[in-house]
Design a protein around this ligand. Structure first.
Ligand SMILES: [Zn+2]
Ligand SMILES: [Zn+2]
Length: 119
């Protein structure tokens, strides 16, 4: 079973499909692949706590652990579990928003962050 989320919307402002468990979400991903030939991956949503699907090429997993790093506005920074996922995210942001970000290692060594190039 899956439902449309009432709280989470995707990039096109359509409600995301909500799955209660990871295995349901993975089933959904398999279905999307066989039906629409779309490579999808499941991820746990940090805002609603359930699972959604995202296109595989946009999957940039955030670390589940957080660190204490904050940005200039004092809000906690997104922590990426690997350098490659942070780089992938930076590429997406560059092509979509024209914002150039560089990847650096978290000072607490829990993962990687993105930061605006200050040049
Ligand atoms: Zn959600
Ligand atoms: Zn950090």
């Amino acid at each position: 079973m899956n439902f449309k989320s009432e709280t989470c919307v995707g990039r096109n402002n359509r409600s995301l499909t909500l799955y209660y468990t990871k295995s349901e979400a993975d089933d959904g991903a398999r279905y999307a692949k066989s039906t629409y030939h779309k490579e999808m991956v499941s991820y746990k949503c940090s805002s609603c706590g359930y699972y959604h699907l995202a296109p595989a090429n946009r999957n940039t997993p955030l670390a589940t652990k957080r660190c204490n790093c904050v940005d200039r506005n004092g809000s906690s920074k997104d922590l990426y579990i690997s350098k490659s996922s942070a780089e992938k995210r930076a590429k997406i942001l560059l092509s979509e928003n024209g914002v150039k970000l560089s990847v650096y290692k978290c000072v607490e060594e829990r993962g990687y962050h993105l930061s605006k190039d200050r040049r």
